[in-house]
Design a protein around this ligand. Structure first.
Ligand SMILES: [Fe+2]
Length: 499
């Protein structure tokens, strides 16, 4: 052992000599174990040795510096491993032709048809042009996109379903109350399955199948206690932005305020999501300028970055844009603009994704991680206005029901008019292809959380008090709330940083 140590020491002296550097006998005496030698080799292998002239005084500092660097690298590696962007839209803009819309809807039909065909009831569907071959009153199942919906003079519901081969009238009788009630929520352009009997030119529905999410999805849990925290709608630049509340949040996340349990949570936050509307923007709604304290979008992002900078740097900030951010409003919105939002990009811990996007967090060799679907929520307004059941159960106060409504349809904006969109011909990016563990939204400015078939639905709050525009459109903001999930237990708390 002793012999080997002496041999190693000689090797070290040689290596230093080759570099034209002398190693002092003092330092050689200090080297008395193999761990120390291996640390010296680490230093030698790194470029940092070139910066050192007198190694007898600086070597130990250098060793500790190398150690820190190694830890930081490991942390970075670990961090990268823990946040994986599964899907973020980043196609170059291009001119769209009318045919693109046709292809877009055909793709959407095919993708949702594929989900629907996994259902037992829809294993043997026929295309609409083949119904003619079916015997009268024979049970038939079809899958189609809803192109029309009306109430007949007898009070029944008459749908027009289309597939690539043709169209078919489907009648939902009011005397089937449960089915009729569900069917009332059907919106234009969604894709559904219908099981029914054919009489003449009409299919009489006995069952309607939505793509929906599976009933047996596992409620995944992390191995250790750690937290994910969900923000949205900061609206920096607005005169209604609430700096004191946000400052309180920053003091908490830095461990400066809160009771023992709250500080414990702050210390164990490992992921922060921000679901859009980082700034208030300019010219987003009529007379907005009267409610701005920062009139320049560049300055708004600069101020926003100043605030986000105060969040501990080891926590990744996963950020998608919203309709107030400075970029196109059509969905999918690409990640925030590198020009306008440059100061936010310059923060070390930001991960920019599109709206919508899918991000996987916390995976390891033994855990597949959590899939988080992020969608700002621009289509929510349309569905609150158009769907009676959503309105009657709370409308804007129940973002969870809107999110459930969309999950059931496996699409973030099923109706053509529900959002502005880019008709991408390769695939419809607003389809919810993979069932997420978390579905995060914002836009509504009121936080709510719920569980739907083991997908946790979370709507972020906001950091802006009620604007005149919100007053007019009937939003009921509840600012300065922060939903936080314990990933080990999947328990959720909503922390309150305002009145
Ligand atoms: Fe907002």
């Amino acid at each position: 052992m002793e012999q080997e140590l002496i041999k190693k020491k000689r090797e070290i002296i040689d290596i230093f000599l080759k570099k034209g550097i002398l190693i002092s006998s003092e330092l050689l005496k200090e080297i008395n174990d193999f761990e120390h030698i291996s640390r010296i080799f680490d230093v030698l292998q790194s470029k940092q040795i070139d910066d050192v002239l007198i190694i007898n005084t600086n070597l130990n500092n250098l060793i500790s510096k190398t150690k820190t660097q190694k830890t930081e690298d490991a942390k970075e590696e670990q961090q990268e491993h823990k946040v994986k962007v599964v899907y973020s839209y980043n196609e170059d803009p291009k001119k769209r032709e009318p045919q693109d819309f046709v292809d877009y809807f055909n793709n959407r039909y095919k993708a949702i048809e594929k989900i629907l065909k996994q259902r037992q009831e829809l294993k043997n569907t026929v295309s609409i042009n083949k119904i003619i071959n079916k015997k009268e009153k024979e049970n038939t199942s079809i899958i189609g996109i809803v192109s029309n919906k009306q109430v007949t003079k007898n009070g029944n519901l008459l749908l027009m379903l289309e597939d690539p081969t043709g169209q078919r009238s489907v009648l939902v009788n009011k005397n089937k109350p449960s089915l009729f009630n569900d069917a009332k929520d059907i919106v234009l352009d969604e894709v559904i399955g219908v099981v029914g009997v054919n009489v003449d030119t009409i299919t009489f529905a006995n069952n309607i199948i939505w793509p929906d999410t599976p009933t047996n999805k596992e409620l995944k849990k992390a191995e250790k206690e750690k937290y994910a925290l969900f923000l949205s709608d900061l609206h920096v630049g607005s005169s209604k932005f609430l700096p004191d509340d946000f400052d309180k949040f920053l003091r908490w996340i830095n461990g400066d305020i809160g009771n023992e349990q709250q500080r414990h949570i702050a210390k164990n936050v490992e992921y922060i999501f921000i679901a859009g509307d980082l700034v208030d923007g300019c010219g987003i709604y009529p007379e907005q300028d009267k409610e701005l304290v920062i009139n320049d979008v560049y300055q708004q992002y600069k101020e926003c970055a100043e605030l986000l900078k105060q969040i501990p740097q080891h926590i990744p900030l996963i950020i998608c844009p919203g309709n107030h951010d400075a970029l196109r409003i059509s969905e999918p919105q690409p990640p925030l603009s590198k020009d306008f939002a440059k100061p936010v990009y310059e923060l070390n811990n930001t991960i920019m994704v599109s709206n919508p996007s899918l991000v996987n967090i916390d995976s390891s060799s033994s855990f597949m991680g959590f899939d988080v679907l992020i969608y700002h929520g621009y289509s929510f307004d349309y569905f609150v206005a158009e769907v009676n059941s959503l309105r009657s159960q709370g409308g804007y106060d129940r973002a969870d029901l809107i999110m459930k409504f969309l999950l059931k349809r496996r699409h973030l904006a099923p109706s053509h008019l529900s959002t502005l969109y880019i008709p991408d011909t390769k695939k419809d990016p607003l389809i919810i292809e993979k069932v997420p563990d978390f579905f995060l939204s914002g836009h509504i400015h009121k936080s709510i959380t719920a569980n739907y078939r083991n997908t946790t639905l979370i709507c972020g709050s906001c950091w802006q008090s009620k604007t005149i525009f919100q007053e007019k459109v009937g939003h009921n903001p509840e600012p300065s709330r922060v939903p936080i999930v314990n990933l080990q237990t999947r328990d959720i708390k909503i922390l309150k940083f305002g009145s």
